[in-house]
Design a protein around this ligand. Structure first.
Ligand code: FAD
Length: 458
């Protein structure tokens, strides 16, 4: 299968969300045929589906994610832009209150994209489905793996065709990739095949979101394109995001750590916004027109499955995306992690490993992709004493330094630039400990903070 593109080689991807789409794109270069199987119906429109309830909530795309997606789909930015996505310099466009002050605004050269998650996914899906060798089977649920041999290897999947009740079908393939999300059945399927399930690391964080859309008018916000209000742990557990979306909408996500969940009633929602560390979001939404209900989402824990530690794994099978690792969504890393995993798979397949070695090589590379966002997210989450789970030695010490670094971003563009590069997964966290940055952090003082932006008069 990996010895060049055999004319009858076939790969199957389970799950047609972001990870599945990026994996299908990559596999289309290495296999003659790719079949993408999705349980939901996939309409040719930007819409959230039952199988991905998170798609109704705010999704930020990190700069590195956008960059890699654009390498696989060269005109992606233009397509998104044509449907109302906004692209802006992250340093100038974000009005970001964190650790007791506003981060300085400056030209960073890092381009961020703002659009709804359904728009991004629809644009990518259109491009994947336009590939001549990719077909989709939507409204089909994978119910089990097909296996053969001793030790057992994966030879395909059995699907339940939901559009024709009771119709089962067997599909055979050289490679099956499970991108079915956090609820992935892989641990169970592996156990049924006689393999060990992966060890799991779970960090309980008690994160919750409440999301609402508002009508957006020119001049709602002066001097920035979006707002972020981050808390100062450990006492402040509340956060807020307000991003512009296509079709003249704002998406507002109020969130929390440690179970301090935002309410979903009108008055409670506004009161929660008012209680944030800075007044900007409250100032705006208290006078804007809501155009949706308030939708809750609870995310009790970050979860990592250590496939890279397994010594035995069936040939013909891989797992990717949230099925490997689902992060605290507050840091906006999931789609970028999935995209980087797809790029890692591309590189692994290009090296043409023996089929029996593919999983070992891929999981090793995928673990490298996941390590950094996991370390960043989990490190921050441990600022709250209510967070539980395995805590790396030195976390508190690092967090004390990073607190000072956050404060230095109020006044120092070089430190803020270094932070943005790491946060966007462009540079490793170690770059924040470069002597030049440490020196600037240690000498920085808290500066007087500017006033909150006021909305324009109606
Ligand atoms: C509230 C919230 C906010 C988030 N915000 C951000 C953000 O700001 N930025 C960011 O980058 N990431 C964010 N994420 C993470 C992001 O949504 C995921 O990382 C991203 O969707 C990739 O996930 P995935 O494709 O692996 O899985 P999922 O998106 O969960 O998709 C799995 C797919 O598999 C399908 N499926 C499941 N089982 C089967 C089966 N048996 N047969 C066929 N199909 C099946 C499902 O229908 C679904 O379409 C957020 C997550 C949450 C929960």
């Amino acid at each position: 299968m990996t010895q060049g593109k055999r004319s009858d080689s076939h790969a199957i991807v389970i799950g047609g969300s972001l990870a599945g789409l990026m994996i299908a794109r990559v596999l289309s270069d290495h296999f003659a045929r790719v079949t993408l199987i999705e349980r939901d119906r996939l309409n040719d429109a930007p819409e959230a589906r039952k199988g991905q309830p998170q798609a109704r909530h705010l999704h930020g795309l990190l700069a590195s994610g956008l960059e890699i997606m654009s390498q696989y789909f060269p005109a992606l930015k233009e397509g998104l832009s044509a449907h109302g996505a906004l692209f802006n310099d992250m340093g100038t466009s974000i009005r970001w209150y964190a650790y007791g002050g506003y981060r300085i605004q400056y030209q960073s050269g890092l381009i961020g994209a703002m659009m709804s998650r359904p728009l991004l996914e629809w644009q990518i899906r259109q491009r994947v489905l336009a590939l001549a060798n990719v077909v989709t089977r939507d409204e089909c649920s994978v119910v089990r793996l097909l296996t053969a041999g001793e030790p057992a290897q994966v030879t395909g999947v059995e699907i339940d065709n939901r559009s024709q009740a009771g119709t089962r079908e067997m599909l055979h393939a050289d490679l099956v990739v499970d991108a079915s999300g956090r609820g992935s059945a892989s641990p169970k399927w592996l156990a049924e095949m006689g393999y060990a399930a992966p060890e799991e690391t779970e960090i309980k964080i008690g994160v919750g979101y409440a999301t609402r859309l508002y009508r957006r008018r020119p001049g709602d916000l002066v001097g920035a394109e979006l707002l972020i209000i981050s808390p100062q742990p450990p006492h402040d557990k509340r956060t807020g995001y307000m991003f512009p979306l296509e079709q003249d909408r704002w998406i507002v996500g109020l969130g929390c750590w440690s179970g301090d969940y935002p309410p979903t009633d009108e008055a409670g929602y506004l009161e929660f916004a008012r209680s944030l560390a800075a007044p900007d979001i409250y100032n705006l939404i208290s006078r804007l027109e809501p155009i949706s209900d308030i939708l809750p989402y609870r995310f009790p824990s970050s979860l990592r499955r250590h496939y890279e530690k397994l010594t035995h794994f069936p040939a013909g099978y891989l797992v990717a995306g949230d099925a490997i690792c689902s992060f605290n969504p507050v840091y906006g890393q999931g789609m970028t992690s999935a995209t980087k995993q797809a790029a890692a798979l591309d590189a692994v397949l290009a090296a043409k490993p023996e089929p029996a070695d593919l999983a070992r090589h891929f999981f090793k590379e995928a673990a490298k992709v996941v390590d950094i966002p996991w370390q960043l997210a989990v490190g921050e989450d441990f600022r709250y004493p209510e967070t539980t789970g395995p805590k790396a030695p030195g976390t508190d010490l690092i967090n004390r330094y990073v607190s000072r670094l956050h404060q230095a971003t109020h006044s120092d563009p070089v430190v803020y630039g270094a932070f943005l590069q790491v946060m966007n997964l462009m540079k490793p966290p170690a770059s924040l400990f470069h002597p030049k940055i440490v020196w600037r952090v240690l000498r920085s003082k808290r500066h007087a903070q500017p006033q909150a932006f006021q909305p324009m008069p109606a």
